[in-house]
Design a protein around this ligand. Structure first.
Ligand SMILES: Cc1ncc(COP(=O)(O)O)c(C=O)c1O
Length: 364
């Protein structure tokens, strides 16, 4: 007997998939995309969905088609290359693209698409400017401000003005605005406190945008925000776009912060060993991210994953015999998608499509 081909699985029940498999439930996905598209339809700020959460170009296209989106955010140059190869024409790399070789690749992308990058150093401006000039393109950049996450970015105010002046003097570069990401606050557990802390953290962004404008610099784009803060940062001046990513597929940890979105993503797994008080499923760290804790088993609230090993997931209190298929909602959707090459799409338990995860493993 031959293994089933991907095409032959279309129209089959989800349980027909070889496991472990990454599956997206289409109604939940559509709910999530429509919720944010509708939210931003009547607001000045728009969406720039983050590709790093699913790394699937077809899904990125669906996010643009859902409406209220100005383009796609991504984390890595290699993700931007996958997006442009897939026909996406407006991309923001929300990170610094550093080194002459990567600068040349970024410049090359700008021959056929608008691919902007975040910047926070003079040395990087020089590299990008040189590569852009050699390629005969202009690269649009956003100055990243550190508003308390202490990852990348310069402090607000004068340091931003200094970078802006250098951008103006650098042939091949164009200052398009600012990036400020409140990653230390997006999953703050108390919604009221989250709101107050984000509003406070973003005050310097407003002051800095004014400083830039008063000094005659353009600040058309101000980008930031995530799934847990779309309804906070998305209503704050001067933000023009929100980089939410997790909202599309969700996971079991983000669901506690943003319950309005549905869990669209699950890993289909098989019980490979069954004991009196526990069973073992055939997926572990190589098929599922776990930075935010243990996963949950869909439809089995009493089941308790005990730990997660390389290829095994022992689960207490799940009565199931060997061979049974189970659905596991990971604690972190973004790192889970990065481990898979195919996203299966299911509608009411029937497989209706499969999408390549082009950005899987795109680390450069
Ligand atoms: C720069 C940046 N923007 C936005 C996000 C938003 O992601 P999420 O929607 O998962 O909160 C992230 C997440 O890590 C990020 O790094």
């Amino acid at each position: 007997m031959h293994e089933p081909t991907a095409d032959s699985l279309i129209g089959q029940p989800v349980d027909a998939l070889p496991t472990p498999a990454l599956v997206v439930e289409s109604e939940a996905l559509e709910h999530n995309l429509a919720l944010l598209a509708t939210y931003f339809a009547s607001r000045p700020a728009k969406l720039r969905p983050h590709f790093k959460s699913h790394k699937c170009v077809t899904l990125a296209r669906h996010q643009l088609e859902a409406g209220s989106a100005v383009g796609i955010t991504c984390a890595k140059l290699a993700e931007a290359e996958a997006l442009v190869a897939g026909g996406i024409r407006d991309v923001l790399i929300a990170n610094q693209v550093v080194g002459p070789a990567k600068a040349r690749r970024l410049a090359a992308l700008n021959r056929s698409a608008a691919v902007r990058s975040a910047v926070d150093s003079l040395v990087n401006l020089a590299e990008l400017g040189e590569a852009a000039t050699a390629a005969g393109v202009t690269i649009g950049v956003l100055i990243e401000i550190d508003i308390g996450m202490h990852r990348c970015g310069v402090p607000p105010g004068e340091p931003v003005l200094a970078l802006a002046s250098r951008i103006r003097e650098t042939p091949g570069l164009r200052l398009d605005g600012l990036q400020a990401y409140e990653g230390h606050l997006v999953t703050h557990p108390d919604p009221q406190e989250r709101r107050a802390k984000v509003a406070k953290a973003m005050e310097p962004v407003q002051t800095t945008a004014r400083l830039l404008q008063d000094a005659g610099f353009s600040c058309e784009i101000v980008s930031g925000g995530g799934t847990g803060t779309y309804d906070i940062t998305g209503n704050l001046e001067p933000f023009t776009e929100i980089q939410a990513g997790s909202y599309a597929l969700m996971d079991c940890s983000y669901k506690k912060v943003s319950p309005m979105f549905r869990n669209a993503l699950f890993i289909l797994a098989t019980v490979i060993s069954s004991h009196q008080h526990f069973v073992v499923a055939d997926v572990g760290l190589k098929g599922m991210g776990n930075e935010f804790g243990l996963p949950v088993i869909a439809g089995a609230p009493r089941a308790k994953p005990r730990c997660i090993a390389e290829e095994h997931l022992p689960i207490d209190d799940l009565p199931a015999s060997v061979g049974r298929k189970i659905r596991i909602i990971p604690s972190h959707g973004c790192t889970t998608c990065n481990l898979h090459r195919t996203m299966w799409v299911a509608h009411r338990d029937i497989l209706v499509d499969f999408w390549p995860i082009e950005g899987s493993g795109a680390l450069e």
